[in-house]
Design a protein around this ligand. Structure first.
Ligand code: ATP
Length: 365
């Protein structure tokens, strides 16, 4: 397996800029996700790494070698578009062994490698069956087998679970991650589904409009979003945002919203009077009689162990994820309080987070 390094990658289609200036490193053996909404440039980035698209600028290194202008077939990378894409007229054994046959390996070596792969995927009993009769999950395992059997330097996967219903997708995420833990294969995985990325990735690159907004572990991205875009895109329900206009001195640990002073992590920068946005995740909001930040309960969604209570305030809707045992009634007037050490403050005009104690790595609990 090999490290993948991408330096200042750009891709234009005519006047349209699909990938602006992407730089990242996928460490040897890492599971790396490119995550973002439709059209943000994930697939184009992946296709450039695969050698299926030429960059307009920038370079791609695979295991230290510059492969930017090498053909796809010379990169030793397995690309999995859609795990369902199998050859219908071949049985499972022939499907998995096909890439080795193309590479001209002997039939005894093909047999050995196919059987080893089938064992890893626990599909040995399916080897001589036609693919037409297989379940969706087994078809996916076979398609994955066809990628694994080559023992490539890296795997690139483009929305491989996109066609599955959400419950089965969850099961396959678990299987893919377990497989990754065993093979330790360098993997770049494209998805628009934050839950897939959060549950499988070691590192996530959140993309927007051709740019990487943030690179980090799932926990860093969730706890310390670098921008309003990331804060909004990650999490379900997403983060609450409250607008205010204020100046902040370095070290400040309070922000006023409608006359209510709200505790925030100590600031590491000073900002002059400007439009700011306070971000708070629903699980860090609680209903509190003492708070002067008040609103009316507009909706209650019961979710079993928790409930999402939506409160309308002067600054818009605020959602709180609270224990299902707590009582909240429609129309009730409630106060809202936030866990100070979990809040983020953003500069509204740039959309970027303002540095605070939250960004010093010590605040997780
Ligand atoms: P999706 O999941 O919808 O494919 P994505 O993030 O993978 O989204 P890309 O497929 O990388 O997005 O596309 C990025 C942008 O580049 C899109 O606006 C797309 O229309 C455009 N694009 C992609 N390929 C081409 C092409 N060959 N010619 C012109 N524009 C293209």
């Amino acid at each position: 397996m090999a490290e993948i390094r991408v330096n200042h990658l750009k891709k234009n289609f005519g006047d349209f800029v699909a990938v602006r200036d992407s730089s990242f490193t996928v460490k040897d053996g890492e599971f790396f996700c490119l995550l973002g909404p439709s059209g943000c440039g994930k697939t184009t980035t992946l296709r450039m790494i695969a050698g299926l698209e030429l960059p307009t600028d920038g370079e791609i290194l695979l295991g230290g070698d510059d492969v930017t202008f090498r053909r796809a077939s010379e990169r030793d990378i397995a690309f999995v578009f859609q795990l369902f894409a199998l050859y219908p007229h071949m049985n499972v054994r022939a499907n998995i062994g096909f890439p080795l046959k193309c590479d001209g390996l002997s039939s005894s070596e093909i047999r050995r490698r196919v059987e080893e792969t089938a064992q890893i995927l626990r599909i040995t009993d399916l080897l001589d069956k036609p693919v037409s009769g297989l379940s969706g999950g087994d078809r996916q395992r076979v398609a994955l087998g066809r990628a694994i059997v080559r023992k490539p330097k890296a795997f690139l996967m483009d929305e491989p679970l996109g066609a599955l219903d959400s419950e089965f997708r969850h099961v396959m995420c678990g299987e893919l991650r377990a497989l990754h833990n065993r093979l330790k294969a360098t993997t770049v995985y494209v998805t628009h589904d934050q839950l897939e990325a959060m549950s499988m990735a070691d590192t996530i690159a959140v993309m927007n409009n051709g740019l990487i907004e943030q690179l980090g572990s799932p926990r860093e991205i969730y706890d310390r979003p670098a921008s309003l875009f990331v804060a909004d895109f990650i999490g379900s329900p997403s983060m609450n945002f409250l607008d205010t206009h204020a100046a902040l001195a370095s070290g400040a640990s309070e922000l006023a919203i409608d006359g209510t002073k709200i505790g925030i992590p100590a600031m590491r920068v000073s900002v002059s009077e400007s439009d700011l946005v306070l971000g708070v995740r629903p699980e860090h909001v609680s209903l509190s009689d003492q708070s002067t930040l008040r609103g009316e309960v507009f909706g209650v969604e019961y979710l079993g162990t928790t409930q999402i209570v939506t409160v309308t305030t002067k600054r818009g809707m605020v959602r709180a994820r609270i224990s299902a045992d707590m009582k909240a009634s429609l129309g009730e007037h409630v106060g809202l309080s936030f866990r100070p050490e979990k809040l983020s403050v953003f500069d509204k005009s740039s959309g970027r987070v303002l540095k605070s104690a939250l960004h010093e790595g010590g605040v997780h609990g």
